[in-house]
Structures are given as structure tokens and as C-alpha cells.
Design a protein around this ligand. Sequence first.
Ligand code: NAD
Length: 287
Amino acid sequence: MARIAFIGLGNMGLPMATNLLRAGHDVTGHDPVAEAPGIPRAPDALTAAKGAECLITMLPGGAHVRAVYASGALAAMAPGALVIDCSTIDVADARAAHASAAEAGLATLDAPVSGGVGGATAASLTFMCGGTAAAFAQAQPILAAMGKRIVHCGDAGAGQAAKICNNMILGISMVAVAEAFVLAEKLGLSHQAMFDVAANASGQCWSLTSYCPVPGLVPASPANNEYRPGFATALMLKDLRLAAGAAKSAGANTALGQHAADIFARFAEAGGAGLDFSAVIRAVREP
Ligand code: NAD
């Protein structure tokens, strides 16, 4: 079992660190704010990382990850140790993080997740990994304690690329499903009829059949629960902005992704930031 430093014990990090402890790993956590009951704590990242065989970060953004990597934590780890960043961050930041870990002689992986707090708690996350085959193999037993699907997407940054491309599809498709339901309402079509047709026709997609933005049609939909997240609008907006930034620097045309980002930004500013992202149907209904 590995000696693991876990940095960032928020909504996702705490259940992930808890699952590592349950699997028998020796975990020391650090978070300046979160309470994180049950996780042995260090006063800072450097202390947590001393002699660790693995350092995992689960932080809000790229600047936070860079700050931890620059704190001296990397140099304090055991020789041949592994660094895994599970946060969702910019592809360029992820590549810079890989470079600084490699400079310190460490194996390194970007491994953002999907599955949300429910998946983190149930140890059923999907990990999208970028890095060398050797780093991916080294990470397997650790990631397996926190997730069910562990996919090697390619070299440094490939996990973040997969994550933001997937979430761009999700953001766009949720707006599309919301627009279809609102148009159906205005045309006098019942929600049930609209669902029964589209769920079994070419409009079928995850946003419709697993996460429908209209209440009463799909069991686990946040719409059934006053749009309590789930996956908050603020996080969807973050991911759409990361996708837009990546598209700009890579020269890709993602017009619909940008449009979806604008729609979620307006909804967040109007008070929807803390609601599940499927609540964007309210903004579509009353622009
Ligand atoms: P969160 O805000 O609940 O937790 C982040 C934690 O990081 C906070 O407790 C904060 O105090 C801590 N932190 C900030 N700077 C730190 C530092 N320098 N050292 C140590 N700790 C520090 O966020 P979350 O929901 O746990 O999300 C974490 C990451 O996972 C984000 O990048 C997010 O985009 C991604 N993500 C979240 C979800 C979700 O459903 N919540 C799903 C997939 C991916």
C-alpha cells in the first residue's frame, strides 16, 4: 500500500481520500479550509508530501495546482514517486504541471474525473488520464481505489483534453434538449410525448435520457429535486470556458461551445450558478 499525500479535501477530494484510506493506503491530507473528518492532516502541502510515494491534487483550478507544485512538495517526495492531478484545469496548465514534475524526476499523470460527488463517494469515478504508459501503469492500483473506468487518453494533457471536449458536448446537448422542450411546450406538446419520441429517436442523448431538464421523466434527474446539484452551473461554465480557451489557442472552431458558454454565463449571473446545470432550461424558457 502506498504512502499518499492528498491535497484539496473539498466536495470531491474528501470522498476520494476517504476511499484511498478504506483501501488501506496511508493517506495524509492537506486543505487550508475544508474540515475533512477522518483524514489525517498536515499543516501544508510540503509537510504532507514528505517521503510520499504519490501526491494527488484535487483543486479548483490551474493556479492552485501550480502553487502546490511550486511549494517544494515535489522535491520532498520519495525517489521515483508519482504525481497525479485530478483537478479539471487548462490543457496548457496541465502540460506545465507535467513538465515541473518531470523536472523533479517524478512520474506524472493528469487524471481529471467524471462522475461527480456521487461517483467520488461510491468509488465509481471515470478517470481520463494523460501521461506516459509507465506513469499510467504506476497509477492503476491507486486510481482503482477511487474509480471504475480508468482510460489512458494519450500523452501529457490528453486527460484534460478529453474531459473538456466531453463536457463541451454535455453543455451544448443540455441547451439543445432544453430548447426542444421549451419549443414543444409552446407548440402544445406534452413533456411525456416529447420525451417518448425523442428518447427513442435520433434526438436521444444523455442529457435527455439520464439527466432530463424537465421534472418527472427520468428517475435520477436533478429537475425532480428543484435542480439541486448534481453538477453545478458554475462548474459547467468553468469547463466550457476551459474548452473555449483551448479552442482559441489550438485554432479550433467551436462556435456552439462558445454559444453554450455565453448562455450558461448569463444564467449564472442571473442567480443560477449554484443550481444544477440542467436548470438552464429556466433561462431558455424566460430569456
Ligand atoms: P471544492 O471547491 O469543493 O474543493 C476544492 C478544495 O481545494 C477546497 O476545499 C479548497 O479549500 C481547497 N484548496 C484550494 N487551494 C488549496 C491549496 N493551495 N492547498 C490545499 N487545498 C486547497 O471543489 P470540488 O467540487 O471538490 O472540485 C475539485 C475539482 O474537481 C475542480 O477542478 C472541479 O472542476 C473538478 N470536478 C468537480 C466535480 C463536481 O461535481 N464537484 C466533478 C468533476 C470534476
